[in-house]
Design a protein around this ligand. Structure first.
Ligand code: SF4
Ligand code: SF4
Ligand code: SF4
Length: 411
């Protein structure tokens, strides 16, 4: 089977993951990193990765005209994904289905390779359970009074939502990455339902029973601010948009926001997000530099606020950085076997390719059985207003831990 994989904008993690197709001899795979220079030739399957803007339409139509089947692989392409949070600042990231007719969508950040193969082969996707059905944490469905933004890692049994810690597993499909296994609540990168953000917001309101969840439009436009400032949920979990609509804003039905843009799309993705969510956001969208980017964002905050970093934490972080260099090399060489080996090594430390196990101060779950977890366990940290910087990134947070400004050195 002849397969061509095209990388459009932003993160290249899904594009890189498609390297694994090379391990199956039934595919003849070609990788096109610059679709705008692609001359156009007939192909059986076109796989599109990365986020899309209106000006990509012409290229996409050319791909469509030359392909028997077009697959949107990963949330950026299928739903707008995490980069579409920038639509709050007036950008126009669009899912592929708004730019060409009838693509096959594979959701996920990152998209799962087995699902991609199923779509390429034209097989029927297996019916998956919800994440809650396969989760080891047990729901008790108690009503709660408060929302916690960080939890102590002492309770490994109770559902995150019952602990007052937002988890979107309720509307998500069973997945391979399983953030919850690394003490990280699900943010719903594989939704099972349409308009998952609104549904999850409603569900959370029900769970929180005695508090008010408002979704009224603001003067500036609906996506600028979903709830009234005095609303209890907004006060305790300020970034409703980044938490409930992290991957689905472009398909949520909410209008484009009108908050002034910083001028850079990537920076607009980060502005308004919560400090404790940054490791998972950079872990998701940082492409083949996710590990470096995540640590570069975490470290200045730790340093400025004297968050203790143990020798074990440093050792594991260094190992991750070394693995990321090996990963880049495997990608450069198009060496699928090595890519698979290195990503498995990264998963052992970071939990998954979303880096769910990496956090401020240490790791969220044990890495090796023989380790003493107390030596590198992360703890709740304080939200301290200020500006944090190193050579790579500079950002300011307010007293609620919300990112107000950010500058990321790209490249
Ligand atoms: S941000 Fe997520 S969906 Fe988008 S390319 Fe990266 S891993 Fe894939
Ligand atoms: S909401 Fe999250 S923590 Fe709770 S049962 Fe579902 S997946 Fe598990
Ligand atoms: S657990 Fe993580 S990888 Fe799985 S659906 Fe949720 S956010 Fe996505």
């Amino acid at each position: 089977m002849d397969v061509k994989v095209f990388q459009f904008n932003g993160c290249n993690k899904c594009y890189n993951e498609s390297l694994l197709l090379k391990l199956d001899p039934s595919y003849k795979v070609q990788f096109i990193a610059n679709p705008q220079n692609w001359k156009g030739e007939k192909t059986q399957v076109a796989v599109i990765t990365g986020y899309l803007l209106p000006h990509n339409k012409e290229n996409l139509e050319r791909i469509k005209a030359n392909s028997e089947k077009v697959i949107a692989y990963g949330n950026c392409t299928s739903m707008g994904g995490i980069f579409a949070l920038a639509n709050q600042h007036g950008h126009e990231i669009s899912p592929l289905k708004n730019l060409i007719d009838n693509p096959i969508n594979i959701n996920g950040c990152l998209g799962e390779i087995e699902e991609l193969k199923t779509a390429i082969n034209g097989e029927k996707p297996s019916k998956l359970r919800t994440l809650c059905e396969v989760c080891n944490r047990r729901a008790t469905c108690e009503y709660l009074d408060t929302v916690h933004r960080q939890i102590e890692l002492v309770d490994n049994e109770t559902c995150f939502n019952d602990l007052g810690f937002l988890c979107i597993g309720f509307i998500a499909k069973e997945c391979q990455e399983r953030c919850i296994d690394y003490n990280t609540p699900c943010r719903g990168c594989k939704p099972m339902v349409e308009r998952s953000g609104i549904r999850m917001l409603g569900m959370f309101g029900t769970l929180m029973g005695n508090i008010e969840v408002a979704t009224e439009h603001s003067e500036k436009g609906a996506t600028d601010k979903l709830a009234d400032e005095e609303d209890d949920v907004t006060k305790s979990l300020p970034d409703i948009l980044g938490n409930f609509f992290r991957f689905s804003l472009a398909t949520s039905g909410l209008p484009k926001g009108r908050i002034e843009s910083s001028g850079k799309l990537l920076e607009d993705v980060f502005i308004g997000r919560l400090i404790e969510e940054l490791p998972l956001i950079t872990g998701l969208l940082g492409g083949d530099k996710s590990i470096l980017l995540t640590l570069k964002i975490i470290e200045p905050y730790e340093k400025a606020n004297q968050i203790e970093i143990s020798e074990e934490t440093k050792k594991y972080r260094e190992e991750l950085l070394k693995l990321e260099k090996e990963l880049q090399k495997a990608i450069e060489m198009h060496d699928a076997k090595q890519y698979e080996k290195v990503t498995n090594e990264i998963r052992k430390i970071a939990g998954n390719m979303n880096l769910s196990n990496v956090f401020f101060g240490g790791f969220k779950s044990q890495i090796k059985e023989e380790d003493n977890f107390d030596n590198y366990k992360t703890h709740i940290f304080e939200l301290v207003e200020g500006t944090y910087k190193n050579g790579f990134v500079e950002y300011s947070i307010d007293s609620n831990g919300i990112i107000k400004e950010i500058k990321i050195r790209e490249g």
